[in-house]
Structure formats: structure tokens, C-alpha cells
Design a protein around this ligand. Structure first.
Ligand code: ADP
Length: 209
């Protein structure tokens, strides 16, 4: 790697990338209050001389960092809002039988239970429903209300939360999914769902160049 003499602006770029990388050319330009076009020759020199490297869809990073560090930095930036799925909810008044049908029809492993005003009141997992099914009860007459995990014991997340933090919570609490909620004065509005499947998709996307 040939180290060349850098001008002041190039040194500034290296510092920015060291601190914030991986970072896009656009973002570097923004920090320097310059246009992307103005920076292009400097970025070309810095990558050709080996100070910086660039990855498609990731951006520039300082080559003093290992590949793992680059991936870790990228992982730490992921937010719930960019990876969440659509939540499947049932009313607190439906029967266990109806909840089982919804789970099959919607092809999900976790249902969120909401009250008349659509606020979060409970969670139903596959095993919650299975446990009730092996009893000798009439499933069409038992409301989900009596078998669900209920507030305030529900673990939730919010759109701005980091994916890595959510992944830790899923592991620590040994659960498959978290509702993504929006806080309102009256209660928690369910606006999404983050599951182990979302985590697997992220892992796969990191495996693709
Ligand atoms: P399963 O029970 O089908 O393996 P989970 O591991 O997700 O699925 O659920 C385990 C237990 O934790 C269930 O009783 C379920 O109601 C409860 N649970 C699931 N998700 C949450 C959550 N986000 N917050 C609180 N409890 C949950």
C-alpha cells in the first residue's frame, strides 16, 4: 500500500471516514459542506492509494479497520423501522379457535391482541394456543383474553430502536417476536412486528456482496 502525501481536504476525509465509516460519498460531502462531484477526485486518490476502501451499498471505510469491524459498524446502524414486518392482530374478544385460524391463515407465529380501541393488550404465541388445545376445553368458547400474555408484561420495541438491541432482547427473553409500537396518551398502538425471521433475513443480506 503506497502512502502518498495527502492534502488538507484529503486528510479531513480520512478523519471523517475513520470516525463514521462506512459512510457514503454523499454523507462525506455533506459533512464538508461540499458537493459529491467536488469530492470525487479526492475519494478516487484515497481509494487508489489504499487509505480508504469502498464497498457497494455500504460506502467508504478506513482500511485500518478489519472486515469484521466494518460489518459490526454497519450492523450497529440498523434500525427497526427499516426491517419490520406487518403486525397481525386479533381482538381481545375472539376465541382461541379463531386465533388459531388467524395464525394459520396469516402464516405467522405470534399474534398481537388489541382492545376495542386497537391498543395493545396481549400476545399469543404458537405454544400458548397449543397448550390450550391439548386441554379438554371447548376452544370456540374460550376468549384469548384468558390465555394470552398480557400487559404490562409485554416486551415491545419502537421504530427508532436498534436491530442489535432487539436481537439481544429476543435472546434474553427467549421469545420469537416483539410488537413495534407507537406511544399514544391512551396506550400502545401496534404498528409493526419484528421476529427471528427478520433477523435471519438481515444475516442473509450481510452474506451477499
Ligand atoms: P412459543 O411459545 O410458541 O415458543 P415464544 O417463545 O415467542 O413462542 O413465546 C413464549 C412465551 O412468551 C409465550 O407465552 C408468549 O405469550 C410470550 N411472549 C411472546 N412474545 C412476547 C413479548 N413480546 N412480550 C412478552 N411475552 C411474549
Amino acid at each position: 500500500m503506497s502512502k502518498i502525501e495527502l492534502n488538507k481536504r484529503q486528510e479531513q476525509i480520512v478523519e471523517i471516514v475513520k470516525e463514521n465509516g462506512p459512510i457514503t460519498g454523499e454523507q462525506i460531502a455533506e459533512q464538508l459542506h461540499l458537493t459529491r462531484a467536488t469530492l470525487r477526485p479526492d475519494l478516487a486518490i484515497l481509494t487508489m492509494s489504499g487509505y480508504l476502501d469502498a464497498r457497494p451499498r455500504v460506502g467508504y471505510y478506513y482500511t485500518g479497520k478489519t472486515n469484521t469491524q466494518v460489518l459490526t459498524d454497519e450492523l450497529k446502524k440498523l434500525k427497526v423501522k427499516d426491517h419490520q414486518s406487518i403486525p397481525i392482530v386479533v381482538s381481545v374478544n375472539v376465541s382461541v379457535y379463531d386465533a388459531i385460524c388467524t395464525m394459520f391463515l396469516e402464516d405467522v407465529g405470534t399474534l398481537f391482541v388489541v382492545d376495542d380501541k386497537s391498543y395493545l393488550v396481549g400476545v399469543l404465541s404458537r405454544k400458548d394456543l397449543l397448550r390450550t388445545s391439548i386441554g379438554k376445553q371447548e376452544l370456540t368458547t374460550i376468549p384469548v383474553n384468558i390465555i394470552m400474555t398480557r400487559m404490562p408484561n409485554i416486551t415491545v420495541c419502537r421504530q427508532e430502536d436498534l436491530i442489535l438491541d432487539v436481537a439481544h432482547v429476543l435472546i434474553d427473553k427467549q421469545i420469537d417476536a416483539l410488537p413495534v409500537v407507537k406511544d399514544t396518551d391512551q396506550g400502545l398502538e401496534v404498528i409493526g412486528r419484528i421476529t427471528k425471521t427478520n433477523m435471519t433475513k438481515i444475516l442473509v443480506s450481510f452474506g451477499q456482496e
